[in-house]
Write a protein that binds this ligand. Structure first.
Ligand code: G16
Length: 588
């Protein structure tokens, strides 16, 4: 029945396929109840549960407990009629996890699963499919930009019916269940063939037939993009007589098949314009993280000058990095601002209008400048794409972005790497300018927010927590406001210091403790927060944002421009002394 049967695969009583009628003589799939012990560390972070693969493999029932906790959070009345979409970025342990999801979903009365072929489906594509087929939610197997392979990371994320990451109310519920779970329900003999496109139906004890539908990983998503962008104009740009040359690096992640089918096959870019397009379980041994450090190969190729436009994606295809000729770097905070300023180049927004713009708190104020100039509403949310979903559902938000290489719109409820690339290409097609010229003109018109982020990865957790606690104490001292700090020839006066708190304008929910902010009288900001996506130790992020509109200064090197603020941040926090780190692991 399948042309790509997996090794060791033993098909178990599918009673029907797309072509065959249900066979009532098929054996009944039995449900087993397994006793288990709860774990206390299954709290979803910024985006799902992310841990070392070994944590999932070596701790008994670790993955089963978390999958059961997710499904237990789904109202039983929704399960039998409901569909869950399942897909992942192809990393090590994904296929094992998908088989567990199938077995546990069936045993808990979920009616139908829709799974990407071979388990492959990018995070934006899962969001797209959930919305398209009106599923009750989805489970995404990814640790995003974290490395993969047997000694890398694995992750499980739950998305809700709007296609977006579960909000805190639901992730808290999942966490509570995981802390007291005593048993899980599973159909251990049930196995599905992930290769064969089509339906497999099983008769599960107690419940009515359980259907697993394996779908093409790319098609629904491609169809959506065809509706958003002007494919004829993009085709002209990529393969017409005056075409530009692009270099897209899928970083061995899930986006490879999407880039190949959409950009190469459909828009006509030559096959060699897309590299590292076969998803691999360990991402070729690299970090699938589209930044200047981990996408160094792309940066160096772009510096050669052969290509006009470059982009890289992360493991699950939701992040993007945009580069121009000779490696000209577009900061993600600027990227969303440029898209905002040129939004009418994208047909989708001509149809829907622009309801509002949003950025996460640490993201630079570049988007604010656009919102102000174009008289659009701007929302500032905590870090985490899940915070944008409510605004979109309420019709308040069209375009948003984060400094962490995430850009997207209300076409789905996840950030979308390939969408961002097509958005930039639409701007280039319409303006007939280079990436660098578009960016420079933007700074001339709106001023420039110089931005940098320093990441200190795998810091000792106690030391990181103490540093943050001590800093908060300093900042909350009344004497801190009004204090001045100098470095080189620059002096800054503290105007405001707080731990960012967000009240969702739609449902009134409050999210506290979202990052320490020191805001100076000229609007410059120093922000410290602990990452919620690491899997070992703590990652401290230091963000610096400072606006400049002197035309003589807007082309300077951000690291030079921001050096005084970095110095001040390190002095106030004593980060180096308290963590023993002399420098960051990654600078963006
Ligand atoms: C996730 C979230 C993003 C967030 C990023 C970084 O992205 O979806 O909204 O900005 O993590 O979070 P943190 O600073 O806490 O590490 P992804 O691509 O990792 O799923």
């Amino acid at each position: 029945m399948s042309v790509c049967m997996q090794e060791g695969y033993v098909p178990f009583i599918p009673i029907g396929t797309q072509t065959a009628q249900a066979n009532s003589s098929g054996k009944m799939v039995k449900i087993t109840v397994v006793k288990t012990s709860a774990y206390t560390d299954q709290k979803p972070g910024t985006s799902g549960l992310r841990k070392r693969v070994t944590v999932f493999q070596r701790n008994q029932h670790y993955a089963e407990n978390f999958i059961q906790s997710i499904i237990s959070a789904v109202d039983p009345s929704q399960r039998q009629e409901g569909t869950l979409v399942v897909g992942g970025d192809g990393r090590f342990f994904m296929k094992d996890a998908i088989q567990l999801i199938v077995q546990i979903a069936a045993a808990n009365g979920i009616g139908r699963l829709v799974i990407g072929q071979n388990g492959i489906m990018s995070t934006p594509a899962v969001s797209c499919v959930i919305r398209k087929i009106k599923a009750i939610g989805g489970i995404i197997l990814t640790a995003s930009h974290n490395p993969g392979g047997p000694s890398g990371d694995f992750g499980i994320k739950y998305n809700i019916s709007n296609g977006g990451p579960a909000p805190e109310g639901i992730t808290d519920k999942i966490f509570q269940i995981s802390k007291s779970i005593q048993e899980y329900h599973i159909c251990p003999e049930l196995k599905v063939d992930l290769c064969a496109i089509g339906k497999q139906t099983f008769e599960v004890d107690t419940f009515k037939p359980f259907t697993v539908e394996i779908v093409d990983s790319v098609e629904s998503y491609a169809e959506m993009l065809r509706d958003i962008f002007d494919f004829a104009a993009l085709k002209e740009l990529l393969s017409g007589p005056n075409h530009i040359s692009v270099r897209l690096d899928a970083m061995h992640g899930v986006v490879g098949p999407y880039v190949k089918k959409i950009v190469c096959d459909e828009l006509g870019s030559p096959a060699n314009s897309a590299v590292n397009c076969v998803p691999s379980e360990d991402f070729g041994g690299h970090h699938p993280d589209p930044n200047l450090t981990y996408a160094a190969d792309l940066v160096s190729t772009m510096k050669g000058g052969e290509y006009d436009f470059g982009a890289a994606f992360d493991g699950d295809g939701d992040r993007n990095m945009i580069l121009g000729k000779h490696g000209f770097f577009v900061n993600p905070s600027d990227s969303v601002a440029v898209i905002g300023a040129n939004i009418t180049c994208i047909p989708y927004f001509q149809k829907t209008g622009v309801k509002g713009l949003a950025r996460s708190m640490p993201t630079s104020g570049a988007l604010d400048n656009v919102a102000k100039a174009l008289k659009m509403q701007l929302y500032e949310t905590p870090t985490g794409w899940k915070f944008f979903g409510n605004l979109m559902d309420a019709g308040k938000l069209s375009l948003c972005g984060e400094e962490s290489f995430g850009t997207g719109s209300d076409h789905i409820r996840e950030k979308d790497g390939l969408w961002a690339v097509l958005a930039w290409l639409s701007i280039l097609a319409s303006r007939k300018q280079s990436v660098e010229d578009v960016m420079k003109e933007h700074w001339q018109k709106f001023g420039r927010n110089f931005f940098t982020r320093y990441d200190y990865e795998e810091v000792d957790s106690d030391a990181a927590n103490k540093m943050i606690a001590d800093l908060q104490q300093i900042m909350f001292d009344k004497a801190f406001i009004g204090q001045t700090f100098s470095s080189g020839d620059k002096t800054y006066k503290v105007e405001k210091a707080d731990n960012f708190e967000y009240t969702d304008p739609v449902d009134g929910s409050v999210s506290k403790g979202q990052g320490l902010r020191i805001i100076f009288s000229d609007g410059s900001r120093i922000i410290f927060r602990l990452s919620g996506t690491g899997s070992a130790g703590a990652t401290i992020r230091l963000y610096i944002d400072s606006f400049e509109n002197d035309p003589q200064k807007i082309y300077q090197d951000p690291q030079v421009m921001l050096a005084p603020l970095v110095d001040i941040a390190l002095r106030i926090s004593q980060l180096q002394e308290k963590t023993g780190r002399n420098g960051p692991t990654v600078i963006t």
